[in-house]
Design a protein around this ligand. Sequence first.
Ligand SMILES: Cc1cc2nc3c(=O)[nH]c(=O)nc-3n(C[C@H](O)[C@H](O)[C@H](O)COP(=O)(O)OP(=O)(O)OC[C@H]3O[C@@H](n4cnc5c(N)ncnc54)[C@H](O)[C@@H]3O)c2cc1C
Length: 473
Amino acid sequence: MRPIPRSSRFANGGVSFWFRDGGLPERRAPLPGGADYDVCVVGAGYTGLWTAYYLKKDQPDLRVAVLEREFAGFGASGRNGGWLSADFSGSREDYARSHGKAAMVALQRALMATVDEVVTVAGAEGIDADIVKGGMRLVAANAAQHERLERQIEYLQEWGYWPDDIHMVGPDHEPRLSVNGAVASGYSPHAARVHPAKLVTGLAGVVEAMGVEIFEDTAVTEIRPRSGSERPAVVTEHGTVHADHVVRATEGFTSTLRGQRRRWRPMYSSMIVTEPISAELWEGIGWEGREVLGDTAHSYIYAQRTADDRIAIGGRSGPQRIGFSEDNEGATQPQAIAELWRSLTRMFPDLVDVPIEHAWSGVLGVPRDWSPTVNLDAESGLGWAGGYAGSGVATSNLAGRTLRDLVLGRSTDLTRLPWVGHEVRGWEPEPLRWMGTQVVRGLYRTADRRESRTEGKGHTSRLADLATRMPGN
Ligand SMILES: Cc1cc2nc3c(=O)[nH]c(=O)nc-3n(C[C@H](O)[C@H](O)[C@H](O)COP(=O)(O)OP(=O)(O)OC[C@H]3O[C@@H](n4cnc5c(N)ncnc54)[C@H](O)[C@@H]3O)c2cc1C
């Protein structure tokens, strides 16, 4: 295999490439000691910060604190692929079973509107996150993927996307984006490219300026429910915070909290980014529209053209780890880098000599049914949101607005959405769940290889069907 060209500035980890230019943010002071708030949020990613933002915006007198183990944006919110999209990982049929189909359609429509909500709020609050709403392009690289893409689009059109919201496009679709080997493409206008770290650090600054207190370097060791006259409490090494409501916004890290070990499986996703690409090479590719780009392989990738003209591409490449890994600096495995580079150069062969400048990984949270949730238990005073399973950039904003309404005791269109209160059983213990993941990934990879060899009319490989039917997938 051809060696992967690496930049002389190549780095692996360091949280993520997105912090590279500005450097890791200076940390805010930790919690100074025991304290009392109306609402205490644990975790300063998008979920926690959007929740704090909407609460404070609605009720400026509310005393809100955010406690963060590292710094705002340290988790997936500062590492992701920057797809601000209406993508939703949950089972539409399950939500429809409990709430009716119209409620699921309303959730999908709400997610599309959320893309615009984030773009609008970022603009209004002066958060410069390199946002371009160019939509989403999905490409199929063989006949089986083509068939799957068409089926997926038809399916989505039954569940809240109207034909204008997602459809197939021809090879002459403008603005041009030339992906080598693409036999078919789909397009949705409901997506924007963002710079993830600028969004999360900008949001933290806005929230703080509104009067929310953010304490960093403050690890929460326990969250206690209301008990008799004892209010809910958040225990940290620096003291205990009492509050009327506590919101857990720790997504992929949730399994490290007491009593939450099997709730959401920590799953790792990796990314690489190229050096800035020359104007000459961009001429061949196009991509003037800055759409976010994905494919329809079972081991799918997600990509964006960055504001400084690189390509950042990610996927669930490389071996998954058993349980939660404390390797928090975000280094990824050589195998993940190699797989992502192969995907990049398969799609854009002219980039074979463009060096890779940075590689990293991050952790996201996956419920056993892959269906995210927003919840507030009135009795215990505890709320939570997450389990976005890799589609959390927009979803976390919708979750934040919903948590606002739940905490303020309102019954609204948001609190009636079918993911509110959704519960599912926990995962099997390790190493069982890890073994299951390895089997599923192996089947998908073999299915991708087989599908890439079929000519003419293609169908999804039976191995992929088998993987999809496996429990917990
Ligand atoms: C590599 C990668 C690429 C992705 N790409 C996309 C994408 O393109 N589009 C998309 O929609 N989604 C994407 N996702 C998923 C998306 O980034 C997440 O769903 C979203 O950021 C979750 O936000 P969050 O605030 O819930 O969690 P996080 O951003 O993970 O925040 C949780 C915070 O809690 C803190 N914390 C954890 N434990 C404690 C504790 N004990 N005490 C105090 N604080 C604690 C953490 O330090 C962290 O800052 C991607 C994820 C990864 C990892």
